[in-house]
Design a protein around this ligand. Sequence first.
Ligand code: NAD
Length: 360
Amino acid sequence: MIVFDEVAREGHEQVVFGHDKVSGLRTIIAIHSTALGPALGGTRFYPYPTEEAALADVLRLSKGMSYKAAAAGLDLGGGKAVIIGDPRTDKTERLFRAYGRIVDSLQGRYITAADVGTTTADMDTVRRETRWALGNSVVMGGSGDPSPVTARGLYAASRAVAQKLWGNPDLAGRRFAVQGVGKVGSAFVQLLVEARAVVMAADAFPAVLQTAVDKFGVIPMQGDEIHRVPCEIFSPCALGGGLDETTIPELNCAAVVGSANNQLATEKDAQRLADRGILYAPDFVVNAGGLINVYDELHGYSKTRAMFLVDSIYDATMRVLDTAERDGINPNEAAERVAEARMRDIGDLRRFRRSGDDRN
Ligand code: NAD
């Protein structure tokens, strides 16, 4: 495996490989950038088929976190960690505590949280070895499950999109097609229904969809028709990679606003959406609610302050859509530009030493 070629490609600062013989822990922590602050990003626990696949994933995901934090205006850099293993069978207290000690050795340059395959309870275990583990459970003084907060951010972004497209942020009567009503999707549907929007939804699991029908009165759809249904806003809240050369021509919406990470199969798909006249609100801008929520734990969690910051996703979305319009580029490119400008401009402040022992 040629590690340095991979690492140098996207300019990562540091990659740490950690191992614990007793628990079988194999972890890779990637710090993409600390230009804006400590590198925060979750720990993904996944049975990667190869070490190369694990490294590629952690490098890609950590870079994404730099952009997400920068676009949200947070004083955070981007990092991510992966643990190679099956989360259903390989989790032990020893493994997470050994992992916590490796995280701790980075002294806050990397801060972890839950991600695919890890839970708030797992973060509580990691926390026993390091204070650099966030997304802890509420009883442990943490902010708990971030999903409802992510949904609140989506709602704010949808209002910004409505303002941009129709000159009014009110979502009453607007038709939404929500793909996936799991933790984020169902919380989002609840907010939409409360705002008197019309909601159609689909889920890969019929029982999950039925719960959304029973609780919120959503109109049920088949999984393979939800992206085609005529609506104003299509909301991918399932898995990433769903917007591609096949599905984009089939969309029947004015805008896309959803929580799924990496919705665009390739970079070209942002332009494909723009060419079809569909307004795409970039995923990493609109789904930053969960990140904003755990970030607040760094300051002693205040729900009021976290919700205030999450609601500012309205402004962040508007800033990106306005930049796209002004510069004649698609919103995804605009979001990257906004994030890069912030990393450059604010990151540059660190060159000003405040004292002889200033290490920041
Ligand atoms: P989840 O697993 O609770 O929900 C996803 C739902 O999508 C499940 O109910 C699943 O059955 C359904 N699904 C899967 N494939 C589908 C398909 N083809 N069509 C319809 N439904 C399908 O996950 P979640 O926590 O709600 O996260 C949803 C997405 O948002 C993920 O991509 C996640 O990475 C992203 N995200 C989540 C958060 C958060 O706070 N949970 C934050 C940022 C981004």
